[in-house]
Write a protein that binds this ligand. Structure first.
Ligand code: FCB
Length: 454
């Protein structure tokens, strides 16, 4: 067997897709325009004490009104693809009601992107569940999965002539566990058993939506490379459990058609999985074309009580601790380790070989300011992106079918429970004037795209 060793400077295939990502509630604003109905994030952000400073997405980046300028900005940076999400409550503001004006917005956005040769990469669900569906029980209720598939079909019908890549869900782990188990995200419920059912109904919604879509279909999961802090059996077991809850609980049903038996056993106190009906796993494991990988930080875990934390621990993390890896952190407190991305990508190729991979989110929050010279100097973000893109290049060289990369995020935006304090954008947004200023990282990213090499 000959092993081909390619120099680090080897060009990547020109087909590598360079993009940036956002999501509807985080950037659009216009919360009541053109017939949009309320979502769980409208309700949650208006509930005192849930979001820092009482921030809401009412206005956010005002992207709904400024989308043309934003698309122009993307074109100026040379982006080849734009990952955005569609706001379900714009499309179906009331039960059974389709809002044409909501569809029209995405219609205009898609046209504007295509005119500038930017591939539209919509996600159908990035956490903004219509409030009326939560009032009817939300994701712990099976019917929500059917409502999602119905909505997916409606959006597909409107955009199918121009959209070739569809993502069903963004990070169902967050929707289910942060939304229904520890309550840090909308709808803010603390019902761990309901969260286990929510996992299943989100995945069922994904599977039910697949036949309503055409082209390339995928799902985006937030994943981490989990390693035990020591070789002690209890630390190894803690790492198994965290990896199981965060990664395998989603990967296995979607890509293998089964729930991981060890995790089903670990969750026995919370759920007997009787919400899983015959045939569900066949639906959930309908073939997909790609897996979207959202990666920010590694996880070094040990057995033991979680360190003092203000919130309820995640399901499965009650007896696991995140250890200090000794690396620099972002303002989110997330440790920076690009090796975790490399290891994750290699692991995915090994354990789930049948799908193409895209990094659909990767990026960092820092305390960026507009300097006296009018620029935003963010060397730490450039360093972060550089390191992670190098990890991607290494993974590709080692045979990982990684086809593209989306920086999170195009714009500074509403960072969920953190409000506007955490700036993830490669473009700075002044939330008083809505002025956009490409940060040094955006200019650096544009140059990297122009060079065409990973
Ligand atoms: C991910 C979310 C995204 C953003 C980043 C920082 O979990 O998908 O909306 O908030 O984290």
């Amino acid at each position: 067997m000959t092993v081909e060793i390619r120099p680090r400077s080897a060009p990547t295939p020109t087909l590598f897709l360079w993009g940036a990502a956002t999501s509807s509630y985080q950037i659009e604003g216009a919360f009541a325009d053109d017939g949009r109905g309320p979502s769980i994030w409208d309700t949650f952000s208006r509930t005192p004490g849930k979001v820092k400073h009482g921030d809401t997405g009412d206005v956010a980046c005002d992207h709904y009104h400024r989308y043309l300028d934003d698309v122009q900005l993307m074109a100026g940076l040379g982006l080849k693809a734009y990952r955005f999400s569609i706001a379900w409550p714009r499309i179906m503001p009331e039960p059974g009601v389709v809002n044409q004006k909501g569809l029209d917005f995405y219609d205009r956005l898609v046209d504007a992107l295509l005119e500038r040769d930017i591939l539209p990469w919509p996600t159908l669900y990035h956490w903004d569940l219509p409030q009326y569906l939560e009032d009817a029980g939300g994701w712990p209720v099976r019917d929500t999965a059917y409502r999602f598939a119905e909505y997916a079909g409606i959006v597909h019908e409107a955009l199918k002539d121009r959209v070739s890549h569809w993502t069903t869900l963004n990070e169902p782990w967050c929707s289910a566990l942060l939304g229904y188990a520890n309550g840090e995200h909308a709808p803010g419920r603390k019902e761990p058993s309901a969260a286990v059912a929510a996992v299943h109904h989100l995945l069922l919604g994904h599977g039910l939506a697949i036949p309503t879509l055409s082209g390339n279909i995928g799902i985006t999961l937030n994943m981490s490379h989990v390693t035990p802090a020591t070789e002690a059996p209890e630390d190894v077991d803690a790492a198994r459990r965290i990896d199981g809850i965060q990664n395998r609980l989603f990967l296995d049903p979607v890509l293998r058609g089964s729930y991981p038996a060890d995790i089903v056993a670990d969750l026995a106190d919370l759920s007997d999985f009787s919400h899983v009906l015959d045939g569900d796993l066949e639906i959930i494991s309908r073939p997909v074309d790609f897996l979207g990988v959202n990666y920010y930080s590694p996880a070094l875990v040990a057995a033991g009580e979680p360190a003092a934390q203000g919130s309820t621990p995640w399901i499965g993390a009650e007896s696991a601790r995140w250890m200090e890896g000794g690396r620099k952190r972002t303002t989110m407190g997330w440790e920076i380790d690009e090796r975790g991305l490399y290891d994750l990508l290699v692991r995915l190729r090994k354990d789930y070989p049948a799908v193409d991979l895209y990094v659909t989110e990767n990026g960092a929050a820092f305390a960026d300011v507009v300097s006296a010279d009018g620029a935003v100097h963010d060397p730490d973000r450039i360093d972060y992106l550089q390191r992670h893109l190098n990890a991607c290049a290494d993974a590709i060289r080692d045979g990982v079918p990684l086809k593209g990369y989306f920086a999170w995020s195009l714009l500074d935006n509403f960072e969920w429970a953190h409000g506007y304090d955490q700036r993830f954008g490669i473009v700075h947004v002044d939330f008083d004037t809505h002025r956009r200023t490409p940060k040094d990282s955006a200019l650096w990213y544009a140059a990297r795209i122009r060079k065409g090499e990973l």
